[in-house]
Write a protein that binds this ligand. Structure first.
Ligand SMILES: Nc1nc2c(c(=O)[nH]1)N[C@H]1C(S)=C(S)[C@@H](COP(=O)(O)O)O[C@H]1N2
Ligand SMILES: [Mo]
Length: 401
C-alpha cells in the first residue's frame, strides 16, 4: 500500500509533526456503514492521520467522518480529508531542498525555497477546502468518480504568502493569460496526464490566493501537500495544488486535460442537466455554492424529549454567510438560527438553534443557508455528469423517546 514505508516517511518529514502517526493503528478495525449503496468504508489511519474513511488507498482518498465537524470550527490536521489523483506521490520530502519554480511569461524566472517564502510578508486566512465532488455518492444516477459522503471538506487556517506577491517578484509579461500550477507527484503510467490546474491571471492575482506553508499553525501533513500548497479561498479545492513545485505563467488559455476535459461543469442554471442531455456548454468549475449541515444530529437518530440545541455549520464561495434557518417539520416552517463567531468570509460559520421536542413524536430537521451574495441552497438535488457542486437542503429525520 502507498505510504506504508513509515521509516522513510518519518525520516524526512520531521519527527515533531509525527507523534500522532507513531501511535496510530495501521489496520482497518472498523467500518463506517454506508448511507448509500456500496458506501461502507473501512477506517484506516495513514501516516500523520487518525483513522479516516478509505475510498481508495492508492492514490489515497480519505474521508473525514462527519462527527469531526461537530468538534469545532476548524478541522484538525490529522482528521482532514485527503484526495490525490495520481498514485506516484513522494513519500518523503526534504523541505529544505524543495523549490518552487516560477517560469513562463515572466520578466524574471524565480526559484524559491520555503525559507525565501518565510522571509516574505505573510498572511493567515481561514478557508474551507472542499472537493468539487463532495457528496457525489448521493447523486442519482451515480456518476463515476470518488463516491464521497459529505466529508470531503474541511476548514483550516492557512498561512503563507500572497501569490500576487510571488508573481510581482517575477513580473508578468503583457501577454500573460493564465497561471498554471503543478505539484511533485507524477502519474504511474506515461499515458496519464500529469495533474496541473490553471487560474486566470486576474483570479491568481486576487488578494486572498496564497502559497501556504502552514495549516492550523503547523506544517501541513504530507498527504495535504507538505511542504507547500496553493490556497484559493472560495473555490473548489481542485485548484488548491499540493506539494506545489511549478508556477508557469501561460500566454494562452490552458488546454491540457485537467482544464479542457476534466473538472468542467454545465453552463446551465444551477450547473444542472438531465442525465440524457448532450451538447450543452461547459466551463471550468470555479466558486463554491452555499451549503449548510447539522453536525450534532444524524439522520435516523433517536432523541430525548425536552429542549435541546441543534447546531451545525454553513459556508459559501467567499461572500460569507448572511443567515441560516432551521425547520423541524421537513421544511414547511422555518425559524432563524443564531450565527456564532465569524472567522472570515471563507470559513465555516457555526450556528445553533433551540428546539423543543415532544416525546413519542418524530421530527424532520432541515437547515438552509443564504450567503451574503444572495446564493441559496437548492430545494431538490442537482445533477451533472461530474457529480459536482451538490448543495441541496439537508434533512435529518429523528424520533423522540
Ligand atoms: N498536487 C496535487 N494537488 C491536488 C490534487 C492532486 O491530485 N495533486 N487534488 C486536488 C483535489 S481534486 C482536491 S479535492 C484537493 C484535496 O486536498 P486535501 O487532500 O488536502 O484534502 O487537493 C487538490 N490538489
Ligand atoms: Mo477534488
Amino acid at each position: 500500500m502507498m505510504l506504508s514505508s513509515r521509516r522513510s516517511f518519518l525520516a524526512a518529514s520531521g519527527a515533531a509533526a509525527l507523534t500522532g502517526a507513531l501511535a496510530a493503528p495501521a489496520s482497518a478495525e472498523k467500518i463506517v456503514r454506508g448511507v448509500f449503496v456500496n458506501g461502507d468504508r473501512p477506517l484506516v489511519a495513514f501516516p500523520q492521520k487518525r483513522a479516516l474513511m478509505v475510498l481508495t488507498p492508492r492514490p489515497p482518498q480519505l474521508e473525514t467522518p462527519f462527527a469531526v465537524f461537530d468538534e469545532g470550527v476548524f478541522t484538525p490536521n490529522d482528521a482532514f480529508f485527503v484526495r490525490w489523483h495520481l498514485s506516484d506521490i513522494p513519500t518523503s520530502i526534504d523541505a529544505a531542498k524543495h523549490r518552487i519554480r516560477v517560469t513562463g511569461a515572466v520578466d524574471k524566472a524565480l526559484s524559491l525555497s520555503i525559507a525565501d517564502l518565510r522571509r516574505m510578508p505573510s498572511v493567515e486566512i481561514a478557508a474551507v477546502n472542499q472537493c468539487s465532488g463532495n457528496s457525489r455518492g448521493f447523486f442519482d444516477p451515480r456518476p463515476a468518480g470518488g463516491q464521497w459522503q459529505n466529508g470531503a471538506m474541511g476548514n483550516a487556517l492557512w498561512k503563507g504568502v500572497r501569490l500576487k506577491d510571488v508573481l510581482s517578484r517575477a513580473g508578468l509579461k503583457a501577454d500573460a493569460k493564465q497561471v498554471q500550477f503543478n505539484g511533485l507527484e507524477r502519474p504511474a503510467l506515461p499515458a496519464t496526464p500529469d495533474f496541473k490546474k490553471s487560474l486566470d491571471v486576474d483570479i491568481a492575482r486576487g488578494e486572498d490566493v496564497i502559497v501556504a506553508y502552514e495549516m492550523n499553525g503547523k506544517p501541513m501533513p504530507l498527504l495535504n501537500g507538505y511542504p507547500v500548497r496553493l490556497i484559493v479561498p472560495g473555490w473548489y479545492s481542485t485548484y488548491w495544488v499540493k506539494m506545489l513545485s511549478d508556477i508557469t505563467v501561460l500566454d494562452h488559455v490552458d488546454d491540457q486535460f485537467w482544464m479542457k476535459t476534466a473538472y468542467r461543469i454545465p453552463d446551465t442554471p444551477n450547473h444542472s442537466v438531465s442525465p440524457t442531455d448532450k451538447d450543452y456548454p461547459t466551463v471550468p468549475i470555479n466558486r463554491m455554492v452555499v451549503r449548510s449541515f447539522v453536525t450534532n444530529v444524524t439522520d435516523g437518530q433517536s432523541m430525548k424529549a425536552g429542549r435541546t440545541t441543534v447546531r451545525g455549520i454553513a459556508f459559501d464561495g467567499g461572500s460569507g454567510i448572511k443567515s441560516v434557518e432551521i425547520s423541524s417539520d421537513g421544511g414547511t416552517t422555518w425559524a432563524p438560527a443564531a450565527l456564532e463567531r465569524d472567522f472570515g468570509k471563507y470559513s465555516f460559520r457555526r450556528w445553533n438553534a433551540d428546539v423543543a421536542l415532544e416525546g413519542g413524536k418524530s421530527y424532520t430537521f432541515a437547515c438552509r443557508a443564504v450567503a451574503n451574495d444572495g446564493d441559496t441552497q437548492t430545494a431538490t438535488p442537482i445533477w451533472n455528469p461530474g457529480g459536482y457542486m451538490r448543495n441541496e437542503i439537508q434533512t435529518y429525520k429523528v424520533t423522540v423517546t
